[in-house]
Design a protein. Structure first.
Length: 340
């Protein structure tokens, strides 16, 4: 029988699984560095497991888990040579804390493997993860659930139809990718094909989406409750891009957002509807644009939102008085209640 955690519950053996084979590998490592320290501060036995190399030694942890994220995603060669998962290192743990982002770590693949191995894990299951990762399918489910989302087309699409239905400027992005990797704000028809070709480097399916000018809002969901609405104000332009997301000072993040109570309630309502439409579980983060008239447009749902020092979910939790170790503990408890 294990001892007691700092919170007075049973101390667990938890594997924090990170790394992965996606363009968000660096974000995953940064999340892991925060989560490992937080869970240890709560009295749990924590091992850090790189999905490609297995369990890290103390020296390897110190070298790798720095929490630093570069301004640009890692080179493709780095991610393509990273194995998917090192299962033996996970045997005998009470829980796997998924600090993976993107790729096989977020699209349902790792979740399916852990289900087969009967190892409990945090976040959503295989189906919800897969639905959330496919932006086209997710938007179809938003529409069915009554959640407004910008109109979209999948490439290739006739230029006349693109102009008629979406107009310019518009957004071009990979259908399965996160952290705005491969995303372009296209301002005129002449630049459209180049943007499609760029997005296609990161996913075989490419989405064209109506651009909604306005304010960037986000709503985190924890245990089927919407946390306070946050607003993100990028300092480098209209798009909350990779550098703005992960560099200190890259954006101003306001929690709670300076919007009316009615607007906040509506955003939280839509966020819960989107979360449930995708069959997500203990936590997620839903991103919106608010147009000049106050209309809300759901852009996407992050099924494994970042937990790095600059991440939005911890900021939303802090707005309710919940510190980061407590947030990680809540995520663990939710997972065990669902999968033990």
């Amino acid at each position: 029988m294990r001892g007691l955690s700092a919170a007075g519950g049973t101390a667990l053996k938890i594997a924090v699984l990170f790394g992965g084979d996606s363009m968000e590998r660096d974000v995953s490592i940064a999340s892991a560095s925060q989560v490992v320290a937080a869970l240890r501060s709560r009295g749990h036995e924590v091992i850090a497991v790189d999905s490609g190399r297995g369990q890290l030694s103390s020296a390897e942890e110190k070298k790798l888990l720095t929490g630093r994220i570069d301004r640009l995603p890692p080179e493709r060669a780095v991610t393509e040579t990273s194995p998917t998962i090192a299962v033996p290192a996970l045997q005998g743990v009470d829980l796997v804390f998924l600090a993976l982002h993107g790729g096989t770590g977020e699209n349902g693949t790792i979740q399916a493997l852990l289900d087969l191995a009967r190892i409990p894990y945090t976040g959503s299951g295989m189906l919800g993860s897969a639905l959330g990762w496919d932006k086209d399918i997710a938007k179809r489910l938003f529409v069915a659930a009554g959640v407004p989302t910008p109109e979209w087309l999948m490439a290739p699409a006739p230029p006349a139809l693109v102009t008629e239905r979406l107009g310019f400027p518009l957004i071009v992005k990979p259908n399965g990718q996160g952290s705005t990797v491969g995303l372009t704000l296209v301002k005129n028809p002449h630049d459209l094909q180049g943007a499609i070709e760029l997005a296609a480097q990161f996913d075989s399916a490419v989405m064209l989406e109506r651009y909604i000018a306005g304010r960037e809002l986000t709503v985190a969901i924890l245990d089927d409750e919407a946390l306070p609405v946050g607003e993100i104000i990028p300092k480098s332009g209209p798009i909350f891009d990779y550098a703005a997301k992960y560099q200190v000072g890259g954006a101003e993040e306001v929690f709670p957002a300076h919007i009316s109570a009615t607007q906040a309630e509506q955003a939280q309502k839509f966020a819960l509807l989107a979360h449930r439409a995708l069959k997500l579980e203990s936590y997620s983060r839903v991103d919106f644009r608010m147009d000049a008239k106050g209309g809300l447009w759901c852009l996407e749902v992050n099924t494994l939102p970042g937990l790095a020092a600059t991440s939005l979910l911890p900021r939303a939790a802090a707005a309710t008085g919940m510190d980061f170790p407590e947030l990680c503990e809540r995520i663990c408890k939710g997972a065990l209640a669902k999968r033990r």
